[in-house]
Design a protein. Structure first.
Length: 289
């Protein structure tokens, strides 16, 4: 995927950057979506992308992301945008209230996490809302949810932040099951083995198909990263975790299941400040995130 070199330090063996991953990053500080090359330099950008906290490169090469002008305050415009590599807006859905998550579904519809509305919106290519699901934590508004994901069986997985819970809903909006965590949840992912992975403020947890926790990790396991939030996360080949450390010491890092840091950027690279969404671009097929 990308090259690493092994160096020794006070903390023992830690891998540091030789050549990093090409990736998309939601640079909230600069209201941009940026693409980094292997040297950690910005090689593509799109702006304005105010408070974009999720990002996808689609199979056609376009970039899909949510945005919230002025964080949706005073009924400001929010929504989801798809832009071409030439920076042309090719699709857009506008709404109101904070929107922090989105995903293009296999049928061409777009799943939108309308956070402040407390709803999942399924939007057709012509902009029509074909389905709307009110989540259990809807009354929490700003903290009702973060990342939302459509599952292959037609269900939806929702990271309901302030509820400290990831919840699964069926296509009719009925609650199927929930995964309770000791931390506010930012991301929830259904893994190929039917397990459910969650992460959020200072922690991560994985549950088996019965909802039993089988693995966990906290900020204390990787103190050198200065974790604030395990926010956006992508599961890479080999079952390693590429995490976005929103507001922490380093912007992102790759960690294995033995809680060892495989890769982190050097201090002079990836200087874009805080952000919540990432996608490593060197992985074939749809990103697992």
């Amino acid at each position: 995927m990308y090259k690493r070199v092994l160096m020794m330090g006070i903390l023992g063996a830690v891998t540091h950057l030789h050549a990093g991953p090409e990736l998309l990053f939601t640079s909230e500080k600069t209201s941009r979506i940026v693409q980094f090359n292997a040297q950690g330099e910005v090689c593509w950008e799109f702006s304005p992308a105010p408070i974009a906290r999720d990002v996808w490169r689609l199979p056609n090469g376009n970039i899909l992301f949510p945005y919230s002008v002025s964080n949706g305050v005073n009924n400001a415009e929010t929504g989801v945008m798809e832009v071409s590599p030439q920076k042309k807006i090719v699709w857009q859905f506008k709404t109101h209230g904070q929107v922090y998550s989105c995903q293009r579904m296999p049928n061409g519809n777009t799943l939108i996490g309308a956070t402040q509305q407390g709803k999942l919106l399924i939007v057709a290519p012509d902009g029509t809302i074909v389905s709307s699901i009110t989540i259990k934590n809807a009354a929490a508004g700003h903290s009702s949810m973060r990342n939302v994901r459509a599952l292959s069986d037609g269900h939806f997985l929702v990271a309901e932040e302030s509820a400290k819970c990831a919840r699964e809903y069926d296509a009719q909006g009925m609650l199927v099951r929930e995964f309770k965590t000791p931390f506010p949840v930012y991301s929830a992912i259904r893994l190929p083995n039917t397990h459910t992975f969650t992460c959020g403020k200072l922690g991560m947890m994985e549950f088996d198909s019965t909802g039993t926790p089988v693995w966990s990790m906290t900020d204390k396991d990787v103190p050198e990263l200065g974790i604030r939030w395990f926010a956006g996360v992508q599961i890479l080949p080999g079952n390693t975790l590429f995490i976005c450390n929103a507001g922490g010491k380093v912007p992102f890092a790759e960690i294995n299941r033995e809680k060892k840091i495989i890769w982190k950027p050097e201090s002079h690279q990836y200087a874009e400040g805080s952000g919540h969404g990432i996608q490593v671009l060197s992985v074939a097929g749809e990103a697992l995130k």
